[in-house]
Every structure is written in structure tokens, then in C-alpha cells.
Ligand binder design. Sequence first.
Ligand SMILES: O=C(O)c1ccccc1N[C@@H]1O[C@H](COP(=O)(O)O)[C@@H](O)[C@H]1O
Length: 231
Amino acid sequence: MKIKICGMTRPEDVMKSEKSCVDLIGFINIERSKRFMEINEIKDLVSNLRDKFKAVLVIEPENSEEAIMKSKKTDIKTLQLHSLSKAEIKYIKWIDSYRKNAHERDLEIIRAVGISPGLEGSRRDAKMEEIKGFAMVCDALLFDYEVKGKSGGTGKQLPLDIVTEAAKAAKDVNNNIKIFIAGGMNAERIKNNRKMLNKVFDYVDVNSGVEDAPGIKNPDKIEDICELMVD
Ligand SMILES: O=C(O)c1ccccc1N[C@@H]1O[C@H](COP(=O)(O)O)[C@@H](O)[C@H]1O
């Protein structure tokens, strides 16, 4: 299992994460977020990375064009989308396929999917169908706790049974899809469920679980997570 740390606002946290075990580093350009950074600020922060491919741009665009434009402006090729339909994501992939050349890497799309913890019956079935639809067009799915139709940065944890069911539904239709578990992930939760998490998920996505305050990462908490990743 790999690790993504999200919600970077300071160069020192970016550098610390890259020096540690962190595989992907997220920058949030969503206005409702307490970790919101402007596009030009994100570009500056990414310049602290030796491996620019570790950067993930977290956005909630109005349409495909906005997503493509923000990727171009930041030069970040991995997009974590908190909006857009299956058709709009397919369109981004289609446009990208015409821009390929030897020096460009394809856009990687991670679709964030919010899940309400209490979903049962037909609402649960409908969520699994939505997940299968996204799994057919995306490179990765990120499952996070949903509150009032929105997900991200809540610090709340999803029950492992529903998120495991969601991961299986996605892999059923696309065996190559990468699955991220997000929502209040921290060292304690990883330690207590390591074996199971390793089996089901490709990435664990950590945000408020390594913070002293929104956007202020704590290097010791990052180290605690990294220690759990080795052995
Ligand atoms: O972190 C935010 O403020 C945020 C706001 C809007 C969309 C996405 C956001 N962050 C993403 O949410 C996950 C989970 O956060 P947490 O661990 O529950 O605090 C985070 O990793 C980001 O991918």
C-alpha cells in the first residue's frame, strides 16, 4: 500500500513529505477548503518537489475545460476530481489522447467519490452502480466520507465494510483501477487495520490525520505513518 498526503500549504511540509515515504502529494484548489491554494501558489509549492510526478491537483471544476486548463497552468498531470460526470471525464481523456508526445505523460484521473456511512438498500446499490460507472473511465477512485453531498477534509472515517464493498465493485469492472481510502485516516487507524487495508486498497490518503491545524502538517505525525509502511 502506498501513501498520499493531501492539503499542502507550506514548502517545508512538501519537502518533508518527499524525503519521507510519501508517494503522492496533494494540493487543493477548491474554494470551500480550509487548505485552499491559488493556482500560482500551487505552482510555487510544486517547484519544491524533485519528482514533479508526485504532485496531485485536487479540484472541483465546473467542466472538463476548467480541469484541463488548471492542469496546464500548474503542469500537474494527476488530477483528483471532486466533480464531473463519467462523460466529462471521458472527454478529458479523449482530448488528452490527441496531445500525447514522447515528452508528455498522459493525464491520470482520480475521481473522488463521497460515501455516506449509513447507506443501505437501494441507495447503497445506486452508489455501487455510480462507482462502477466511474471505475470504467478513471485511473483511480478515492473513497471519502460524504456530508451534504460533498466530500473532502471532514476528518471523518467511513466504516470499513462499505468502503471495502465499494473497492470490490470498482475492481469488478476494472481490474487495473487504483483505489484510495480517505477520510480521517491517521496512524492509529492504519496500525489497527493494516493487514486488511493492505489487501483491499492501493493507497491510503491522509490529510487532517497528520496536521496540527488545517494545512499545517506535523513532521512527527508523517514519520509515524511512514514507520507503519515499512516491514
Ligand atoms: O482537505 C480539504 O479541505 C478538502 C476540501 C475539499 C475537497 C477535498 C479536500 N481534501 C481531500 O479530502 C481527503 C480526506 O481528508 P481528511 O483526511 O478527512 O481530513 C484528503 O485526503 C483530500 O484528498
